[in-house]
Design a protein around this ligand. Structure first.
Ligand SMILES: *Cc1c(COP(=O)(O)O)cnc(C)c1O
Length: 402
């Protein structure tokens, strides 16, 4: 990560095509747009790349989660299960559509633990959202099998793992739908932007209408103003400049991943000398996008000692148990039920009765794993010097800990 490292003539050409028409809107404008439909083209290319039937572009990865859940009919009274290690966006979207997020443990995939998922399913569960965090896959086939037993749809939050696969099958195509983010630090970026892929044409139709104020997009003599609608929607439309960026960035995605893999391999070799170290478990190493390198120590003391040495060498790693945006116990605003609404919604009902209470200590397995895990972001254009510096620091940590 991220794709901004490789902006070049390809992005410039695509953007220029749009500027020459003067049309930034994805719909309408007839002949004036000279047959340039960048968002539509990006959707087709993305669906094709992933091996999905349909794709719906939206304004962000967070919007993608909301639009996908709206299309599934999820709302107040429903529970949606996700994992306690994810970006806040996953559960913000769940709360925003009125449902209640329920959190599972992660295992050493650093993603949803299927055994804990089983324990968290209730008769209110209406959707399961495993997240493919840090560029690599959850145990998605096991999760989909469990969901099928209970007849619950699966939405894969693939915001951090575009281009990831399991035995060649793309992440985002295992469940009922998959969502992606192209924000400014994601592997492929359109500045802001998101996508939802699905093989379910009815679900896609719902997304298409919901994300554009309910417009049915059916051809009619009155044009856009004459279009019908069958339910209320909102505006999550992607614009043409983002579509243009997406076309150019998608074409580079596989080469970005290849570069990251080469860098990650070197870091892994250097880290393997740390006594007792293990690595994040990968369902299919070949399908990893290698946007991050995660290594796991025997205990939190050793983890701290290793990171002190790395920090002294100027290449400290991320410990996500200390990061306030990605791990459940540090989401104090969720735990405290902080909201701008005077009623206390979505944490409380009007009148003040709590709909849900979050206890910071309910995910001990995740807390243990996160306290022992160090993570390096891997970029596309890491210099040999930078890589060498990181590898030397890892070897130094290994030598000092023997
Ligand atoms: C980035 C991210 C999102 C949200 O995407 P935005 O485009 O920034 O709204 C959702 N889920 C995860 C796991 C993410 O990392």
């Amino acid at each position: 990560m991220p794709g901004f490292e490789v902006f070049g003539d390809e992005e410039r050409k695509e953007i220029n095509d749009v500027l020459e028409t003067g049309i930034l809107f994805r719909y309408e404008f007839g002949d004036q747009r000279n047959n340039v439909f960048k968002v539509l083209e990006f959707e087709k290319n993305f669906a094709n790349y992933c091996g999905a039937k349909c794709a719906q572009a939206v304004t962000s990865g967070t919007a993608a989660l909301k639009v996908a859940m709206a299309a599934m009919g999820i709302g107040p009274g429903d529970e949606v299960i996700t994992q306690g290690f994810t970006f806040v966006a996953t559960w913000e979207a769940i709360l925003d559509i009125g449902a209640i997020p329920v959190f599972t443990e992660v295992d050493e995939t650093l993603n949803m633990d299927p055994a804990d998922l089983k324990k968290k399913i209730t008769d209110k569960t209406r959707c399961i959202i495993p997240v493919h965090m840090l560029g690599a896959m959850a145990r998605i086939e096991e999760i989909v099998a469990i969901a099928a037993e209970y007849n619950i749809p699966v939405l894969e939050d693939t915001a951090q793992a575009a281009g990831g696969r399991i035995r060649g099958k793309h992440l985002g195509t295992f469940g009922d739908c998959g969502t992606f983010s192209f924000d400014s630090v994601k592997t492929m970026t359109t500045g802001e932007g998101g996508m939802i892929i699905t093989n379910d044409e009815k679900m896609w139709q719902n997304m298409s209408e919901y994300h554009d104020h309910g417009h049915d997009h059916a051809v009619n003599p009155g044009g856009r103003g004459g279009e019908g609608r069958s339910f209320i929607g909102f505006n999550y439309r992607m614009m043409e400049l983002q579509g243009a960026m997406g076309i150019a960035q998608l074409a580079k995605l596989d080469s970005m991943i290849r570069a990251q893999k080469a860098h990650k391999k070197k870091l892994r070799e250097a880290a393997s000398a740390i006594p007792g170290v293990t690595f994040r478990s990968l369902v299919d190493e070949e399908g990893d996008t290698a946007t991050f390198f995660a290594f796991i120590m025997k205990n939190s003391e050793q983890c701290q000692a290793v990171n002190d040495i790395l920090g002294d060498a100027g290449v400290g790693a991320i410990n996500f148990s200390e990061n306030s945006w990605h791990f459940y116990p540090s989401w104090e605003h969720l735990i405290n039920g902080s909201t701008l609404t005077s009623s206390g919604y979505p944490f409380a009902e009007p009148g003040g009765k709590r709909r849900v209470i979050y206890d910071p200590d309910v995910l001990p397995q995740s807390a243990d794993i996160m306290s022992r895990t160090l993570v390096y972001p891997v970029s596309i254009k890491m210099s040999d010097e930078q890589l060498e510096k990181m590898c030397q620091a890892l070897q130094k940590a290994a030598a000092q800990l023997v």
